[in-house]
Ligand binder design. Structure first.
Ligand SMILES: Cc1cc2nc3c(=O)[nH]c(=O)nc-3n(C[C@H](O)[C@H](O)[C@H](O)COP(=O)(O)O)c2cc1C
Length: 249
């Protein structure tokens, strides 16, 4: 989670720049948590969800389903339920992950800026132009890999949104109000809610995405055996959260 928050306005559509290449999109699609109030037109939503639906799934069953919350009758209540548990989720994370401790005490540190972005995100959740629940119709007992039939579609959704000048973020803070959401939106028990994706036109900008050096995540032949060819392109930006490399698994 700890990478720097988005900072300046910009999107392909705003600037009229050339269409975004696939690899550039992959390298620059950030988690976006601040949105302009602009609605997302039907046509753009359809394009985004069509591309989400091009994702692979087990046996091509395509049991992913998307519940789109905009300005329909249930949307304000659903967003209010989610907003409350997003604020609880962030509160717990801020304390648990020590966002105000260490470098977080310095207002200019990436940690403090990230904390401000998160606070703004949860405080304004109800104003998010579009919130999408990514669901999976279960056709067998839950397995550890069932998310593999919904998360590729979720990432496609974010990449398609990015291509049209929108941004969003995968979140899992809906769990606390899952029962209430099911009742409100008529989501049956056999359907898993795997992610909540707020979406809108970014206040900040995307990219570059910061990740661990490639050599830390790619091995050749054996666990932890260095792959000498696994090198990052020049200019790659790095970031990571969690334990340092070499820590016990
Ligand atoms: C499975 C999953 C669950 C996540 N849950 C949350 C969440 O509950 N709240 C949130 O703000 N971000 C959540 N995120 C977003 C991550 O924090 C974010 O993708 C990551 O920090 C990388 O951000 P970046 O692309 O801007 O570097 C989640 C991401 C994934 C893949």
């Amino acid at each position: 989670m700890m990478s720097e928050p988005e900072t300046a306005i910009g999107s392909e559509r705003d600037t009229g720049a050339a269409p975004l290449g696939l690899l550039e999109g992959l390298a620059t699609t950030r988690a976006i948590r601040r949105y302009l109030p602009d609605p997302i037109p039907d046509e753009d939503l359809a394009t985004i969800l069509w591309h989400a639906g091009r994702a692979p799934s087990g046996s091509n069953r395509q049991m992913f389903r998307f519940v789109v919350l905009r300005d329909g009758p249930a949307a304000p209540q659903a967003k209010a339920l989610l907003g409350e548990c997003f604020r609880n989720g962030w509160n717990a994370k801020r304390t648990g992950d020590g966002y105000t401790a260490g470098s977080g005490a310095d207002d200019d540190s990436p940690k403090a800026r990230m904390a401000r972005t998160m606070q703004h995100f949860v405080d304004h959740f109800e104003e998010t132009p579009v919130v999408i629940l990514a669901c999976l119709v279960r056709y067998r007992r839950p397995t550890p890999t069932e998310g593999g039939s919904v998360y590729p579609a979720v990432q496609n959704l974010l990449l398609a949104a990015r291509a049209l000048g929108y941004g969003g973020v995968i979140t899992g803070w809906h769990r606390e109000v899952e029962d209430e959401l099911r009742e409100l939106l008529g989501i049956p028990d056999g359907v898993a809610i795997h992610a909540t994706i707020p979406l809108g036109r970014p206040v900040g900008r995307h990219g570059p995405v910061r990740r661990r050096p490639l050599g830390e995540v790619v091995y050749e032949d054996r666990w932890e055996q260095v792959a000498p060819w696994a090198v990052d392109p020049p200019g790659t930006h790095f970031a990571s959260a969690g334990p340092p490399p070499g820590s016990p698994v």
